[in-house]
Design a protein around this ligand. Structure first.
Ligand code: CA
Ligand code: CA
Length: 150
């Protein structure tokens, strides 16, 4: 049944609110910016596509190049976690893979919101060690879960 889920069904209103709040909480500890983007289905490679979405959402325009995108193509159960250049210089390669693995485990068990909240928390912790919150912090990228139409 979950194989036919659309992005709208994947995360209901309450789930989206939980994820938005988790992003807000994470961003109170770091200058990094997190976004979660859902789409129904993709044809191309998930990492290539996530890189395209990253640009589309203007995520490369943060001051410290420290945006992180969590991308999910729900019907394909494809997940990518992508950090901007400022982060990739700092974060060990395996970290993103670990977060993707964790998300897939949660999603396979139907825990969509819980998985995203946990992933956001983990990414936020990692970001806060490299990019602590600055006094002049602004919310550079929306905390709302975005849903792509394809
Ligand atoms: Ca910020
Ligand atoms: Ca934000």
């Amino acid at each position: 049944m979950s194989s036919v889920l659309t992005a709208d069904q994947f995360l209901d209103t309450s789930g989206r609110a939980q994820v938005r709040e988790a992003i807000g909480a994470a961003e109170r500890r770091t200058s990094g910016e997190l976004r979660v983007h859902l789409e129904d289905h993709i044809e191309e490679d998930v990492l290539d596509h996530a890189a395209y979405v990253f640009e589309e959402l203007g995520m490369h325009r943060t001051r410290d190049r420290n945006g992180v995108l969590v991308y999910v193509a729900v019907a394909d159960r494809q997940v990518a976690v992508l950090g901007d250049s400022g982060i990739n210089e700092q974060v060990p390669d395996g970290f993103w893979t670990d977060v993707v693995g964790l998300l897939k485990l949660h999603f396979a068990a139907g825990r969509h919101a819980e998985g995203l909240v946990e992933a956001v928390h983990l990414i936020g912790e990692k970001l806060s060690s490299f990019f602590p919150l600055r006094e002049d912090d602004t919310d550079e990228l929306s905390n709302e879960v975005s849903i792509g139409r394809r």
